[in-house]
Design a protein around this ligand. Structure first.
Ligand code: GRF
Length: 211
């Protein structure tokens, strides 16, 4: 009997890893035809590495090098090599706090996704929930998108709205957006793993129009 190989995820994160946990849980529950091939972090003490360890999933810290907001050349090579060795089909950015540049993007073109805590193209960049609150919008949310060379600018795969309440603080709004992320990201990763997503320029279509 031939067992078809599963869709392999490489997950990159710098923080606590709650989105990674949400994805790992639906995979463990058998709801997504994928497996976590490797979890990488640029922060040795990051919760995401501990979460991977607790689940017995391959994980590694790779030092990012001398820059604050991107990987240096050696680090970029090490990340690309580790992900290629792990034979990943898709790279899932889950709170990875460094911008990915040319060689990395070229190595995995069209195969990197990210989640951002706003309804893009509104409020790209840092503290998007605070930007939404300061702007006074009544709805914000989260966006899963492909990664291109810009900041939070790639083609949009899925979005989920979150209302902004009159008594919201940055913390309460951020917490509700985070909860929405934990629903949206696993759904989008599952759709990609199942081959349900097609991309034409900026238009990303899904066989399941609920996204
Ligand atoms: C998320 O809020 C996501 O929108 C942003 O980074 C955060 C990661 O959180 N890109 P966690 O580490 O998954 O809890």
């Amino acid at each position: 009997m031939t067992v078809s190989p599963k869709f392999r995820l490489g997950v990159l994160g710098s923080g606590k890893g709650s989105n990674f946990v949400a994805i790992a849980e639906v995979i463990a529950a058998g709801q997504v035809p994928a497996e976590v091939a490797l979890v990488l972090s640029d922060v040795e003490s990051a919760g995401i590495l501990e979460q991977a360890k607790q689940r017995g999933l391959p994980h590694r810290f790779i030092a990012p090098g001398k820059f604050r907001t991107k990987l240096d050349e050696d680090a970029e090579r090490a990340y690309v090599a580790a992900l290629q060795e792990a034979k990943v089909d898709l790279i899932v950015l889950a709170g990875f706090m460094r911008v990915l540049k040319g060689d990395f993007l070229r190595a995995f073109e069209g195969r990197i996704v990210n989640i951002h805590p706003s309804l893009l193209p509104s409020f790209p960049g840092l503290e998007a929930w605070k930007q939404a609150l300061d702007h006074g919008v009544k709805f914000t949310g989260c966006t899963v998108h492909y990664v291109d060379a810009g900041v939070d600018s790639g083609a949009i795969i899925g979005q989920q709205t979150v209302p902004v309440l009159d008594n919201d603080t940055p913390e309460t709004l951020h917490a509700r957006i985070h909860a929405a992320e934990h629903e949206l990201y696993p759904k989008c990763v599952a759709a990609i793993a199942r081959g349900e997503i097609s991309v034409q320029g900026r238009r990303v279509r899904s066989r399941d129009s609920a996204r």
